[in-house]
Design a protein around this ligand. Structure first.
Ligand code: UDP
Ligand code: MG
Length: 313
């Protein structure tokens, strides 16, 4: 069965909100019909139980993808994208921060303007401050590294065409970063203003550690800029070392002072530190290559359950 729209929702600790979200999405009047893909990313609460109860009498066609363990938001979204059948896909959070009615706005914008991808953006974000800072940092780095149209805000509430979704799905490595993959496929991207509500239940599933990991994915997996920066940095350090050496030689002839242990240590620490940093960058790439070559899974699906909606067209 082909739908006009598939909605992919990664779920992590969503027992309290998922029922309301499903109801609200089912009530949307989508011309051509819509389906819901729920991906359970194995949070510690009883999300699965709640969803299975919903699946007994689903208000719209639902595909439940049960992951075998926690893989993180982007990997969960990738798992969901493999099961879509709509002409367009919208991804959204499980926590009702993206008002479900805004789904129609995204879809309409994509259709009317012929965009392959439409990102939502908010006037006023209702996240906690450190989370907003994390997003800001990710977006600024993305401007430089991902060839992102400037000013475009990468948000997890986005719409893409079936074509883009299919191309994004071709990435089968473990370091999924959906927005990076999207930007590699298309430049035909629109944006639309949506409302953003404060999180009703619980806290952001992102910890600082998770944010850093996501940030590294973007930094390392979609560009070799860090490697180039390391080279430039290396040249700069070597240049500084050369100048320093000249200075030491001149000092020897002019001042006739014995060269000190202090300056030696300073030079040693500076240059060995720089070398270690560069080695770290190279090592990070090598490690990622190793994990990818070893086929570390992007996600592992335990089971896929389908429920036919009673109200579907
Ligand atoms: N999420 C996930 N796996 C995780 C963490 C989060 O699938 O390990 C999902 C979560 O269910 C939600 C989305 O990713 O749908 C965004 O998470 P959250 O709302 O906690 O983050 P924020 O709104 O702060 O970006
Ligand atoms: Mg959220």
């Amino acid at each position: 069965m082909k739908y006009a729209l598939s909605i992919v929702v990664p779920m992590y600790n969503s027992a309290a909100s998922i029922g309301r979200l499903v109801e609200a999405l089912a009530a949307l009047p989508v011309e051509g019909g819509h389906e819901l893909i729920l991906v359970n990313d194995c949070g510690p609460d009883n999300t699965l139980e709640v969803v299975e109860r919903i699946l007994a009498a689903p208000p719209l066609p639902i595909t439940l993808v049960k992951l075998a363990r926690n893989f993180g938001e982007h990997n969960a979204v990738m798992a969901g994208l493999h099961h879509i059948s709509g002409d367009y896909v919208i991804t959204m959070d499980d926590d009702l921060q993206n008002p479900p009615t805004e789904v129609l706005k995204l879809l309409r914008h994509a259709r009317e303007h012929g965009h392959e991808v439409v990102y939502s953006y908010y006037d006023e974000k209702q996240h906690e401050a450190w989370r907003n800072f994390g997003s800001w940092l990710t977006n600024s780095v993305a401007d430089v590294l991902l060839d992102k149209p400037r000013g475009l805000y990468l948000s997890s509430f986005r719409c893409m065409s079936a074509f883009v979704a299919r191309e994004v799905c071709r990435y089968d490595g473990p370091f999924a970063y959906v927005d990076g993959l999207i930007l590699q496929v298309t430049q035909n991207i629109g944006r639309v203003l949506v409302a953003h509500d404060a999180r009703g239940e619980g806290h952001s599933g992102y910890t600082v550690r998770r944010l850093v990991r996501l940030w590294l994915n973007m930094f390392m997996n979609f560009s070799v800029m860090p490697l180039r920066a390391a080279t430039v940095f290396g040249f700069a350090m070597a240049g500084a070392g050369f100048v320093w050496t000249l200075g030491v030689v001149i000092e020897h002839f002019v001042a006739q002072t014995p060269l000190g242990w202090g300056s030696l240590m300073a030079a040693l620490l500076t240059f060995s530190g720089a070398q270690l940093i560069m080695l770290g960058v190279v090592g990070e790439y090598l490690g990622r290559l190793f994990l990818t070559a070893n086929k570390r899974p992007q996600f592992v699906v335990r089971e896929v359950v389908r429920g036919q909606g009673v109200r579907s067209p």
